[in-house]
Design a protein around this ligand. Sequence first.
Ligand code: IVH
Length: 699
Amino acid sequence: MSAEPTVPADLDTARRRHDALARRVRDARYRYYVLDDAPITDAEFDRLYRELEELEAAHPALASPTSPTRQVGAPPTTAFAEVTHPQPMLSLDNAFSREELEAWAERIRKGLAVAAGAADDEEAASPDDAPRVRFVCERKVDGVAIDLVYRDGVLTSAATRGDGRVGEDVTAQILTVDDVPYRLDVADPPGLLEVRGEVYYPLEAFAEMNAERIEAGEAAFKNPRNAASGALRQKDPTVTARRPLAVWCHGVGAVEGVSFTTHHQALGYLADAGLPVDPRTEVVDDVDAVWELIERWTADRHEVAFEIDGVVVKVDDLAQREALGFTSRAPRWAIAFKMPPVEEATKLLAIEVNVGRTGKATPFAILQPVLVAGVTITTTTLHNEAQVRAKDVRVGDTVMVRRAGDVIPEVVGPVLDRRPADAVPWSMPDHCPFCGEPLHRPEGEAHHFCENVDCPNRLLGSLEHLASRTALDIEGLGEETVRLLVDEGLVSDLADVFRLAEHRDRLLALPTWGPKRVDNLLAGIEAARTRPLDRVLVALNIRHLGPTTARLLAREFGSLAAIRSADPDDIAAIDGIGPVIAAAVHAWFATPRNAELVDELAALGVTAGVADTPASTSGLLDGWRLVLTGSLDGWTRPQLTAALEDRGATVTSAVSSRTSAVIAGSDPGAKLTRAEELGVPVVDEAGLEGLLRDGELPS
Ligand code: IVH
């Protein structure tokens, strides 16, 4: 941590520092608001901004109207029509500690005492003279500020903040957001209602979208705020419509034909009118209670479905607000308490490569251990060579590491100013680090693969997968047992699992293994010999082949032999199977060592019985809007999504009142809470089965 900058006493030195800081702050703002880029982290921005404020406090001559401290956001770009906000959109002052929060509350109390005539100036005012102040606490979602204007109950414009006075017209884009009503649900609509809110990209959906981009070899978005801004500022609103944007409304601007006396009353009105208001918003009586909420929300910020970077604390009483007024850029009656940053800088010590069960080679970062939002991060995946290149991270770089929600920590990018002169771009090694065979990247794939079926690192992953619930479901054959059996030389390929019965004596001789454990394992293996064809297909570790696709293949071809002799066009002709999967299946069976394995399995009595052919399920869920949360045993997200979509359902990322049901597995995210708040039905793992089979919710 660098030492706190000291404010130069002499004006010239201070002015030079001020000019330099102002340039950096303007540049950062322009790139952040206009280019959706983040040249520096929020925390770094806050530090620069703080220093500007301190310089101006010591040298008021520096606080000219063009100083960044007097401006909000950045001027609107020319890509969208301009909208003048009925009331300017201001920013917020920040507090970073309990002391700063208390100092703010103290200023409020004194300011109100002066306004009430109980004291002549703030110096003379004692907090005891002040009237009672109640505070509204709201979670500060990290998104894009939006101004919604309703005239006679109808949305007439939606605009970004722009420079605070004039923003960009994104009405068409906002109308695609589920959460935002076109018409207010009120009996007697007011002539004008200006609503302030924040558009955000829910974290789970953000992670899913980035995963898809990574899979396709495209550059990932740096953070959900960028993704929200990018989605909102699409010229073509149909593109926005495909993004699961959500909104929280947190205030009103200009109003005509309706009036409020408190902020929480205004929020209640918005919620009743059908606008989304964060249900966790609370009104409290004193700073102790504010602090308690800040602590609670900071502690559970990672369990929330969206990214929060702070808590906004506002004076509830609107008459008190009026008395307190504004500075040039922010209201005196509100403050943003900033939570610790979710991004930190650390050193990228090395990039290594792991090889998984299908041979996929995944680069990962070895980091100087760094504490990010309460968790020490030492390694993170870098996904594939294209991502490493897109991020341009190099060994030796100082990199930003980010952790948000349940999302796996990520390296966001390098801090270019701190790049060592000798840092070179990274490339995937030519050979597998585990078996030394060449790594290669198939046409159209973002990933490199080790094609050696006998690669020792692949074997461990393959065996674990073979025994997993979606595959052959062999009880007692977990990660540790697999490693032991391989280390003992009892298993050296998948078929060896079915030869274990011949080695009962050696199993019995294993330390801590008694007859019961051995017999249970062998019974589990025996039962696995008669699993249906689709499960056997899943067990083979074929690239891209999950349970849904395996079922389609099994239903179409009926036997391993038929699939083996099918050509890629026959496979791709199946509805729901694309050319990439078809090519992967064909290539797998065409590999001699795999063909041998299939023969061996057959000889060992693995029958690969025909899959149960379920009754036709197409159209079973037509018109359903479903949301997934948590992990569901036996399913990956894309697989379950595919299975639901096969049946006609639309799977969306954000829960709204239009959601038909939320499917919640273990460790559900905040979508479950949201569903409960909105009264949306929740389906658990047991209910899911019925939903997929009969298209019915459990009663
Ligand atoms: S009130 C005049 N409330 O944070 C008061 N802002 O850092 C204006 N934000 O410009 C803002 N959640 O874009 C307010 N509950 C909340 C908020 C919130 C997020 C954003 C908003 C604001 C920025 C200030």
